[in-house]
Design a protein around this ligand. Structure first.
Ligand code: ADP
Ligand code: ZN
Length: 361
C-alpha cells in the first residue's frame, strides 16, 4: 500500500493508495477517535455494484453503519442532496465525532464533503474515491460544494478530509469514458509540474487505457503527490493553486457551452489544454516541439468529432465564470512541459483563435 501525506499543519492527512484495500479501511478507522456511528454517502450506480462490499467492509467494526444513497449524476450536488444527508444525520443524532464517508466519484465527494463541512459547523469526513478523476484530483485538496441554477460549484467550502482511501480495484468497473476523463487531469499534472510523468504517458498510454495496474498505481500516486504539494503551498487558492486551472479556463467555457453533455469534464480539460497550449505557442512562451508533444498526446483522445461549439459563446461563458477576476481572464500557460506561469494579458482574439484551432485539429 502506498502512503502519502498532505502537509497542512493541523489539517494534515494521509492518502492511502492500493489494490483491493477497501476491506482494511475499517481497521484503520478504528485507530482514529471517531464515534462508532458511520454515515456513508454513495450514489445509486455505485451502490448497485459495491453495496455488499460496503456492508461487509464494516461488519464488526461499527455500532451503526448508515448508508445514504443519492441518485447518481451531477444533479445530486444540490441543496436537496445536502438536505437529505444532513436531515438523516440529525435523525440519527450524530454528534461531532461522527465520521462521514464519501464513497464515490467527484459528485459524491463534493456533496458529502460539503454536508460534513456544515453539519454542526464541521465534522470528520473520509474520501473513498471510486473514479480515476476523484482519485487523482477531487478527493485531495478539501474543495467541497454543490451547484446552483446559475452555475456549477458556486456554493461550497474548504474542508479537508481526515484521510483519503484510494482502492485502484474500483477502477475496473468504471466506464471507459470515466477513465479518459481522469486521464485529462493526469496529463495536466504532467504539463504543469512533471516532464517525467508526461513522457511516461507518451510511452505507456496504451497500457494505461488497458488499466495496467502498475501504470495506474504510478499515475495515481504521482498525481496525488503533485496535487498535495500544490495544495500544501496554497490551501485556499490565493496563488500557486491557480496552476491547477491549466486547461480549465477554456475547458469550463466549452463544458458550459455544450450544456455539460457529450464531453466529460476531463475531456473538456483536454480540449482546453490544447487551446491554451496553442495560446502559449502564439505568445512564444512554449516551443513548437513541446507544443507538438502536448498536441500529439491529446490527439489520441480523438475529441474533435465531438466538438460542436461556437467560439464566441465559449468566450461569453468564460467571462461569466466565477474565476474571471474583474472581467480579466487569467490563464495558467505552459512555458515548457513541466512548468506553467499565470498570465492575465491574453486577448479575446487570441482565445477565439485558439478555440477555432481546436475545432479544426
Ligand atoms: P467524477 O468522479 O468524474 O466527477 P461522478 O461522481 O459523476 O464523476 O461519477 C461518474 C459516474 O460513474 C457516475 O454515474 C457514478 O455512479 C459512476 N461510478 C463512480 N464510480 C464507479 C465505479 N467504480 N464503477 C462504476 N461506476 C462508477
Ligand atoms: Zn478539473
Amino acid at each position: 500500500m502506498i502512503n502519502l501525506k498532505v502537509e497542512l499543519g493541523d489539517n494534515s492527512y494521509p492518502i492511502f493508495i492500493g489494490e483491493k484495500i477497501f476491506d482494511k479501511l475499517s481497521e484503520t478507522l478504528s485507530l482514529y477517535d471517531f464515534s462508532k456511528k458511520i454515515v456513508l454517502v454513495t450514489d445509486s450506480d455505485i451502490y448497485k455494484i459495491y453495496g455488499d462490499l460496503i456492508e461487509r467492509g464494516f461488519a464488526g467494526f461499527v455500532e451503526l453503519l448508515d448508508i445514504i444513497v443519492v441518485p447518481s449524476g451531477e444533479k445530486s450536488k444540490s441543496f436537496a442532496g445536502v438536505d437529505q444527508i444532513i436531515s438523516r444525520m440529525l435523525e440519527l443524532q450524530c454528534d461531532r465525532n461522527v465520521a462521514v464517508i464519501a464513497f464515490g466519484g467527484g459528485v459524491v465527494g463534493d456533496l458529502a464533503g460539503f454536508a460534513a463541512a456544515i453539519y454542526k459547523r464541521g465534522v470528520n469526513y473520509i474520501q473513498v474515491p471510486t473514479t480515476l478523476l476523484a482519485q487523482v484530483d477531487s478527493s485531495v485538496g478539501g474543495k467541497t460544494g454543490i451547484n446552483h441554477a446559475l452555475g456549477k460549484n458556486l456554493i461550497g467550502s474548504f474542508h479537508q478530509p481526515k484521510l483519503v482511501w484510494s482502492d485502484l480495484d474500483f477502477l475496473n468497473s468504471l466506464p471507459e469514458k470515466e477513465i479518459r476523463s481522469g486521464l485529462g487531469e493526469i496529463i495536466k499534472y504532467g504539463v504543469i509540474w512533471d516532464e517525467k510523468l508526461f513522457s511516461f504517458l507518451e510511452e505507456n498510454i496504451n497500457s494505461v487505457f488497458e488499466l495496467d495496474m502498475d501504470s495506474i498505481a504510478y499515475l495515481v500516486k504521482r498525481s496525488c503527490e503533485i496535487k498535495a504539494e500544490v495544495v500544501a503551498q496554497d490551501e485556499r487558492e490565493f496563488g500557486l493553486r491557480m496552476i491547477l486551472n491549466f486547461g480549465h479556463t477554456i475547458g469550463h467555457g466549452i463544458e458550459a457551452e455544450m450544456g455539460y453533455k457529450i464531453l466529460s469534464h476531463g475531456e473538456a480539460v483536454l480540449v482546453g489544454m490544447l487551446a491554451e497550449s496553442k495560446i502559449a505557442l502564439e505568445m512564444e512562451l512554449l516551443s513548437q516541439i513541446e507544443f507538438e508533444r502536448i498536441a500529439n498526446l491529446i490527439s489520441i483522445f480523438n475529441l474533435k468529432k465531438k466538438l460542436k461549439i461556437n467560439p464566441d459563446s465559449v468566450l461569453e461563458f468564460m467571462q461569466s465564470d466565477k474565476k474571471a477576476l474583474e472581467g480579466k481572464l487569467r490563464f495558467a500557460l505552459p512555458t515548457q512541459i513541466g512548468k506553467v506561469e499565470v498570465f492575465d494579458n491574453v486577448s479575446n482574439d487570441q482565445v477565439r483563435r485558439s478555440i477555432n484551432y481546436v475545432i479544426k485539429h
